[in-house]
Design a protein around this ligand. Structure first.
Ligand code: AMP
Length: 214
């Protein structure tokens, strides 16, 4: 079992790059944020547990995250290739992921650190809009829809993720610095960290990542 990780602050473009990589490779995209949002939508116990943390921009407890990722990997096959997006976010999650992958005969092969200047991140997140219908991602100035508030692809209504409001964005960046940034050092020591300039545009960042994929 092969695994790569997209690491970076909220708004670094993990989800967007994951789409590009998924389309060009055999990697299975696993986004813990998407899994949690789906759980909230479905009203499942996991969703109820996660909701309050997510709305505040805090991390959902490790046990919840490790349980949903564990369940997802348990459904997989030995030759699957996984691309984790938004996971791991704490050292505990990173260590436990190593254990789970080792148990399945795999390891973290590469960790792509998406580097973006902080002001760019704040503007990206506070301007982000998402289609209620198909999940397509827009930005009020960088990627506007043709008709304001309406998705170009499916005509669905665009909304702002509750945790993309400016106050919550600042908290999420603080949480990233406090709880997730130490993973850079963790993976650098293991010799698997690969830096990608994600501050320009998604096409360039995706191309750079694909060119560095081992
Ligand atoms: P994301 O879509 O990756 O930005 O995640 C949105 C929110 O879901 C985060 O702000 C956290 O509250 C929660 N979340 C997603 N992934 C994790 C994780 N690996 N560990 C803890 N919380 C997470």
């Amino acid at each position: 079992m092969k695994a790569i990780i997209l690491l970076g602050a909220p708004g670094a473009g993990k989800g967007t790059l994951a789409e590009g990589v998924k389309n060009a490779t055999a990697f299975i995209h696993v986004s813990t944020g998407d899994m949690l949002r789906a759980a909230i939508k479905a009203g499942s116990p996991t969703g109820l547990e996660a909701k309050a943390f997510m709305e505040k921009g805090e991390l959902v407890p490790d046990e919840v995250i490790l349980r949903i990722v564990g369940e997802r990997l348990a459904q997989g096959r030995p030759d699957d290739q996984y691309m984790f997006d938004g996971f791991p976010r704490t050292l505990e999650q990173a260590r436990r992921l190593d254990d789970v992958l080792a148990g399945l005969g795999g390891a973290v092969n590469q960790v792509f650190l998406l580097e973006v200047p902080t002001p760019v991140i704040v503007s990206r997140l506070s301007g982000r809009r998402i289609c209620k219908g198909c999940g397509a991602v827009y930005h009020v100035t960088n990627i506007p829809s043709k008709v304001e508030g309406i998705c170009d692809q499916c005509g669905g209504a665009l909304y702002q993720r509750p945790d993309d409001s400016e106050a919550t964005v600042l908290n999420r960046l603080e949480v990233y610095q406090r709880q997730t940034a130490s993973l850079i050092d963790f993976y650098e020591r293991k010799g698997v960290l690969v830096r990608v300039n994600a501050g320009t545009n998604p096409q360039a960042a995706t191309a750079e990542l694909l060119s560095k994929l081992a």
